[in-house]
Design a protein around this ligand. Sequence first.
Ligand code: RBF
Length: 223
Amino acid sequence: MSDPTIKGLPPPPKSYDGSSFRIAIVHARWNDAIIKALVDGTISKLKAQGVKEENIVVKSVPGSYELPFACRGLIEAGKTQSANAAPSMIASTTNLLSLIDNTTSTAPSGQTQSSSSSSAQQSSGASTAPFDAVIAIGCLIKGSTMHFEYICEAVTQGLMRVQLDSGTPVVFGVLTALTDDQALERAGIGRGEKGPGHNHGEDWGLAAVELASHAKDWSKGVL
Ligand code: RBF
């Protein structure tokens, strides 16, 4: 019998409802096959927790070194998009009020008007609210120079800084592998005797919804 391991993530203490969340994924394109599997695993778990497909925004950058900058940019873009949508919310509220006014006074009975779509929604049904969480996905594989060490350090520190400075959770979806096989196994597509391994993207999808849920509660003073 193989040794039972004590490592890894146990199931969450409760399940979280992602149906109201808007989540951004930004991934590097280096080590493409691994990235693709990780992004697929992440999206599948986001959807399994109720996040709507139209509220998952996926962007890419060349390499992992670009991830912190991209996460910060997306968080800011989400806030700007939401602020730009606010005037249309005021306009649609005014329209609704005039509709009530018309119905109670001058409108003939049975006559209806179509109401504007909600401010936080695009006509496609996609949310324009600020992102509730961002997932940064990359795969760094050690080469023969010191590049790996420098990029790992910079990306790790950068992503932490972005989430603490912005107040938006940033999930650390960056594999830092010493070999190709280590990376493949952590993307669930291992090719060796150990089998396919586990797709860590799934854990990142779970973490994003859990952290988004905590952040929303805590912002309202709910523990
Ligand atoms: N980016 C990755 O996401 N994973 C890598 O394994 C990786 N290895 C690199 C190795 C070297 C020697 C160089 C020059 C770049 C590498 N990059 C890698 C790209 C890096 O994250 C970034 O995109 C570029 O340095 C441009 O800023």
